[in-house]
Each structure stands twice: as C-alpha cells, then as structure tokens.
Write a protein that binds this ligand. Structure first.
Ligand SMILES: *[C@@H]1O[C@H](CO)[C@@H](O)[C@H](O)[C@H]1NC(C)=O
Ligand SMILES: *[C@@H]1O[C@H](CO)[C@@H](O)[C@H](O)[C@H]1NC(C)=O
Ligand SMILES: *[C@@H]1O[C@H](CO)[C@@H](O)[C@H](O)[C@H]1NC(C)=O
Length: 408
C-alpha cells in the first residue's frame, strides 16, 4: 500500500512537472496594435484582417524586441513581420508591425520594406534583421505571388531597410518553398556575411553573399526528404508532408570564419554536416568541382525524430532541435556520437508543445520556442476558445541538466 502511494505521488509529481520551460505568452487568437479602433474595424469589414487566419510561426529575440512572424497562408493576415517588447506583463500581447504599419498593410502600395510573407527570420551579430520574404499571399488556398521571393535586411538600430535582394528566378524551381534562413556572420567583419536560404520544397540551399550581393543554388542528395519516415504523427493525425532540408545550426567559428554547418530535413531523422567553405564556394554549385563527399552523415535521432529548426549553443557545445512528432525539444552534444541515446528530450508536453515550429537561443543562454498547432490550423480544426499559439522560454543550462548533453 505504501509503495503504491509513493508511486501515485511520483506519477502526480511527474505530471505537474510536465513542462519545464515557462509559458511566456499564450494566444487563442492573434491581434495587433491598431492605430485606431476604426482602423481595426475597417480592416475586419474589408477582409484585410481575418483573426482566425493569423497563425504565429517564426521567432527571434534582439535586445528588448521579440520578433514573431505570421505567414500569409490564408487571406486576412494583417501583418507578417511583427514584434512585441520585452519584458511584457501581458499574457497575450498584441503585435506591432515591423518596421511600420504602412509597410505591412497589403492594401497600401507595396514598398521596398514591405514584407509580404515571412516564415522565419534571424538577427545577426551586426544588429541586422534578415528576413526571407516568400512574396506569396494565401499560400494554402490560392497562392498569389505579390512580389518576387527576396531577402530583406533591416538595420535594427534605426529600423530602416538596408537592402532588398530578389532571388533570381532561375534559382527557384516549381516546388520551391523557402521556410528558413540562417545567417553566417561575424562581428569582426560584417560585410563578409552569408545567408543560407532553405528550399524545403525542391531540396536546395540558396547561398546569398552580402558582400557580393548575389546568390547561387546548391543541391545535394542529403537535402531530400527520407520517404521511409515519411509519415509523422502530431496529436493523433498522420501527416505525409514531403519537406526536405529544413533546420540548420552553425557550429563554432574559427578565426578565418570557417565553421561546420549542421543540417537536417523535416521528413527524416538523420543529421548531416558540411563546412561553410563548401557552401560559400560557388564552384560547387556550378558543378565544376564535385565535392559530394564533403557532406557527411553524422547520425540518426531514431524513431519519430522529425524536426523543424535547430540552433547551436557555443557555450555548452549543444544543438537544440524541435521534435514535432514528440511534442518537444531535443538536445545533442556535438562532442558525442549522434544516435537515439544521445539525443534525449529536454522538454515536452502533449498540449503546450504541439508542433514546436521554431527555436532560437538568446545571448543570455535562454531558449525561445514557438508552438502553434499548425496541423490543426491547416485542417481548420483549431478551437479558438483554447490557447493555440505559445511562446515558451527556459534557461538552456537548466534544461539539459542531468542529460547526456550536459558537461562535454
Ligand atoms: C543588390 O541586388 C539587387 C538585385 O536584386 C539590386 O536591386 C540592388 O540594388 C543591389 N544592392 C546593392 C547594394 O548592390
Ligand atoms: C573553391 O573550390 C575550388 C576547387 O576546390 C578552389 O580551387 C577554389 O580556391 C575555391 N574557392 C574559394 C574562394 O575558396
Ligand atoms: C535505439 O536504437 C537501437 C538500435 O536501433 C534500439 O535497439 C534501441 O531500442 C533504441 N533505443 C531507444 C531508447 O529508442
């Protein structure tokens, strides 16, 4: 009897300890800081704002701004690139369009700094915000290309546009889908920055050189989805998506700005590696210099290892990655072999972590994560009485404590 009691208490404890990260913000529906109530009312009446169609996806923290993106997957997204200020006492803060309302309302004339639709964004070490603008509205129902897909770079100190670069059409393919951008920069040489644009739909990386203001496309068989783990499960529904290369994490940088680039496909459970010197050398893209074997398989996370994005923590030598089939986050210490025993979950929750879609690490060592119930959004099954969208955060060193990721 005593043992049973102990067991029950243990189980209860385990339950209440379900989520280790803190829920920073939760929303059932997204709303914005409108200039006037009348502006909001007219946006609703005209169909420029349909609250149920606004879902959060990408996250990035820079100083006291927390950027959150809202992709234009359906009509009525008021603004795709937004931020909230930190600290923020509100549980469901309203979004501020970035850099301004005028730049985001599609009913206005589209300006150079208008971001039509973005999924994920990154702030670099040189205080620039890098935005991959897909340029599409209503992607899920009736895709309309408003502007070409482009890289849009803002100066975060002045909130002004630095540059917009249109991705040349010949670097896209018919199934091109650009869900992620990872920026390879160094504070000591801000000109020499490269952005890796992930084409999950037709399996490529478009490499953009800031210095040269041009880009090239790289393809490799490891960028393809793994059909043998092609069905993944989220909240009892099976999805057979076909996304290839998706998450990228940048390893330690040496004094020549060389570093390892870790990457994985969303449909798949393996992790791969290539040197940034290969991605940055266009002769590989041109096919004149076959370097196929420079891309390495480093291991497999095992069953249900599907992941969207990942990020490297240079102070702990650990990569954190989302685990969409396990409602959680995993870790891997780069100084250990990568397999199912070295990639444990560091947090998970069957309600609060349904579809963790983006993960970042801030300069204070805190993980920032978005979960958004995307599968139910796609199936139009969200219950708007419930909290559907979440921003969660936790100190990375606490989250990995006691796991195989700690202490290497
Ligand atoms: C970069 O290239 C784009 C082409 O997309 C061009 O419009 C722009 O003027 C160039 N910017 C700079 C700073 O060279
Ligand atoms: C690119 O690779 C080729 C062949 O390996 C090499 O000759 C060339 O120096 C490389 N370019 C750069 C900029 O590293
Ligand atoms: C890890 O993979 C091995 C080999 O495939 C398997 O035998 C083992 O059960 C797996 N362990 C876990 C914890 O999944």
């Amino acid at each position: 009897m005593y043992i049973i009691k102990q067991l029950i208490i243990l189980l209860l404890l385990n339950n209440s300890l379900g989520l280790k990260m803190q829920e920073k913000f939760v929303w059932n529906l997204i709303d914005y800081n409108w200039e006037t109530p009348a502006q909001q009312q007219s946006a609703i009446e005209s169909g420029n704002f349909i609250p149920e169609n606004n879902i959060i996806l990408g996250i990035e923290k820079w100083k006291n701004k927390l950027f959150i993106t809202v992709p234009r997957w359906r009509l009525g997204v008021a603004s795709s690139l937004n931020y909230i200020t930190l600290p923020n006492e509100e549980m469901s803060p309203k979004f501020n369009p970035y850099p301004s309302w005028n730049d985001n309302l599609l009913s206005n004339v589209v300006s150079e700094s208008t971001v039509v639709s973005t999924y994920r964004v990154q702030a670099d070490e040189c205080d620039r915000l890098w935005v991959l603008d897909n340029g599409f509205e209503n992607l899920l129902e009736k895709p309309t290309q408003i502007i070409p897909s482009s890289v849009v770079i803002f100066d975060l100190n002045t909130d002004t546009l630095i540059r917009r670069y249109d991705i040349p059409l010949k670097q896209s393919k018919s199934d091109t889908f650009l869900p992620n951008i990872v920026v390879d920069s160094s504070k000591s040489n801000c000109e020499n920055t490269f952005a890796y644009l992930v084409d999950a739909g037709s399996y490529g990386i478009i490499v953009y050189s800031f210095k040269e203001n041009r880009s090239w496309r790289i393809e490799h068989n490891f960028f393809h989805m793994d059909p043998f783990v092609g069905g993944f499960k989220v909240s009892d529904s099976i999805f057979s998506w076909r996304d290839g290369i998706f998450g990228i994490a940048l390893g330690h940088q040496d004094h020549h700005q060389r570093r390892d680039v870790y990457f994985h496909t969303l449909i798949g459970s393996k992790e791969f590696l290539v040197s940034n010197t290969i991605l940055q050398n266009e002769s590989y893209a041109l096919g004149t210099d076959p370097v196929y074997e420079e891309f390495k398989i480093i291991g497999d996370r095992g069953v249900n290892g599907h992941s969207t994005t990942e990020v490297f923590d240079p102070s702990l030598n650990v990569i954190y990655f989302t685990q969409i089939s396990k409602n959680g986050i995993g870790c891997w210490n780069i100084n250990t072999p990568l397999n199912n025993n070295t990639t444990p979950l560091i947090d998970s929750d069957p309600i609060k972590l349904v579809m963790p879609v983006d993960i970042k690490l801030d300069e204070d060592g805190f993980i920032w994560l978005i979960s958004n119930r995307m599968p139910q959004y796609v199936l139009k099954q969200l219950n708007y009485e419930d909290y559907n969208y979440r921003v969660l955060s936790g100190r990375a060193s606490d989250l990995i404590k006691g796991t195989v990721c700690d202490g290497n």
